[in-house]
Ligand binder design. Structure first.
Ligand SMILES: Nc1ncnc2c1ncn2[C@@H]1O[C@H](COP(=O)(O)OP(=O)(O)O)[C@@H](O)[C@H]1O
Ligand SMILES: [Mg+2]
Length: 333
C-alpha cells in the first residue's frame, strides 16, 4: 500500500515536472517563426527584422528581468514600416495586435498634461481615480508592446518618465501610488526626425557600429534626444526608404487583406492593376504610401461585395484591354 502511494507520488512529481517543462517552453520564442511572421507584414526591412527577432528571443529567454524585454528605437522616413513592425511584433509575442499601447508624443508636448495623461492626476485632483492611460492598461495586462510615436516631440518631463520605464521597468501612478510593471513589455520609440540627413550620414556605411556612430553623433549634435535616452536604448534601427518593388508587394498585401475583410480570398492580381494603384497613389501623395489603402478601397471594395453577394469565395483580378478591372469569381454561379 505504502509502495503504491509512493509510486503515485513519484508519478505525480514526474507529471509536475513535465508540466513545468512544457509551461516554460510556452514562453520561449521560435526565432524563425517570429521572422516569418514579421516578414509577412513588413516588407523591405529584412535586416532589421532578423536583428529584432534575435534580440527579442535572447532577452525573452532570461529567467529574470529588471528592465523591459527590450527598448528599441526605430528611426527613418515616414511610411517605411516602423509602426507596422511594432504591431506585427505585438501580434506575434502577445497573441493580438490590441495588446499594443500607443502614444502619439505630439500629444505629450506639454509637461503637466503629458504627465497626467500617462500617470494620472495626483490625489485630490479631478480624475485622479481614473489613473493614467499608460499605468492603468499596464496594471490590467503587463504583457504588451508600448509604442511611443514621434518621440522627439515629447516634453522633457516625459523623457524622465520614459527613463524610469526603460531603466527600471517600473512607473508609479500619481493618484493611487501603485507601480506598473514593464518587465514583460517591449518598448518601441519611433522618430522620423532628421530622416533625410541620417540617410546621407550613413550612406556607404555597412558596418553596424559605424552606422550607429554616425547616427548617434547626428542625434547628439542636433540635440534631438538626450544622451541618457540613447543610453537606455538596447538597439537603434534605421528604416530604409521603400523601393518600387516593395511598395508593389505592400499593395498586393493590402488588397489581399481588404478581400479578407469581406471573407474573400484574392488569388491573383494582374501586375498592371497594381501599377495603376501605385500611380494613383503617387498622384495624391508624394510622401509614402499612406493613401494606398484608401485608393485600393475605392477601386476594389465593390468587387468584393459583389463577389460575396454572388456566393463566391475566391476572386482573381485580370485587366481588360482598355485597362479596366475584370473580376473573375470562383465558384461562379
Ligand atoms: N515596410 C512596410 N511593409 C509593409 N507595410 C508598410 C511598410 N511601410 C509602410 N507600410 C504600410 O503603410 C502604412 C504606414 O506605415 P507605418 O508603419 O505606420 O509607417 P511609419 O514608418 O511612418 O511608422 C501602414 O498602413 C503600413 O501597412
Ligand atoms: Mg509610425
Amino acid at each position: 500500500m505504502s509502495d503504491l502511494s509512493k509510486m503515485t507520488d513519484w508519478e505525480k512529481l514526474q507529471g509536475m515536472l513535465k508540466k513545468s517543462d512544457s509551461e516554460s517552453k510556452r514562453f520561449s520564442v521560435d526565432e524563425q517563426k517570429l521572422i516569418d511572421h514579421l516578414k509577412s507584414r513588413v516588407k523591405g526591412q529584412d535586416e532589421i527584422i532578423h536583428d529584432v527577432a534575435r534580440l527579442v528571443r535572447l532577452s525573452w529567454m532570461k529567467d529574470k528581468r529588471t528592465r523591459p524585454v527590450c527598448n528599441l528605437l526605430f528611426l527613418g522616413p515616414t511610411g517605411t514600416g516602423k509602426t507596422e513592425l511594432a504591431k506585427a511584433l505585438c501580434e506575434y509575442l502577445f497573441g493580438e495586435e490590441s495588446a499594443l499601447l500607443r502614444f502619439d508624443c505630439s500629444e505629450l508636448a506639454s509637461a503637466e498634461m503629458g504627465k497626467t495623461r500617462l500617470t494620472g492626476s495626483s490625489t485630490g485632483y479631478v480624475g485622479s481615480e481614473q489613473g493614467g492611460q499608460l499605468t492603468r492598461p499596464m496594471f490590467a495586462n503587463p504583457k504588451r508592446v508600448v509604442l511611443f510615436d514621434e518621440i522627439e516631440k515629447a516634453h522633457p518631463i516625459i523623457f524622465d518618465l520614459l527613463l524610469q520605464v526603460m531603466g527600471e521597468g517600473r512607473l508609479t501612478e500619481q493618484g493611487s501610488g501603485k507601480t506598473a510593471d514593464f518587465t514583460q513589455a517591449v518598448i518601441v520609440m519611433t522618430s522620423n526626425a532628421l530622416a533625410e540627413s541620417m540617410g546621407k550620414a550613413v550612406q556607404g556605411l555597412t558596418d553596424y557600429a559605424r552606422v550607429m556612430n554616425a547616427i548617434k553623433t547626428l542625434l547628439a549634435e542636433s540635440g534631438t534626444f538626450r544622451p541618457e535616452i540613447l543610453g537606455r536604448v538596447d538597439k537603434v534601427y534605421l528604416f530604409k526608404p521603400l523601393a518600387g518593388m516593395q511598395v508593389a508587394e505592400i499593395a498586393l498585401l493590402k488588397l489581399g487583406k481588404l478581400g479578407q475583410e469581406y471573407g474573400i480570398e484574392t488569388k491573383f492580381v494582374a501586375p498592371e492593376l497594381i501599377i495603376q494603384a501605385l500611380e494613383a497613389n503617387i498622384r495624391v501623395s508624394k510622401f509614402g504610401i499612406r493613401e494606398l489603402e484608401r485608393i485600393l478601397f475605392d477601386r476594389y471594395a465593390n468587387y468584393f461585395v459583389e463577389a460575396r453577394d454572388a456566393g463566391a469565395k475566391v476572386v482573381a483580378f485580370e485587366v481588360a484591354e482598355d485597362g479596366t478591372i475584370v473580376c473573375n469569381r470562383e465558384p461562379t454561379r
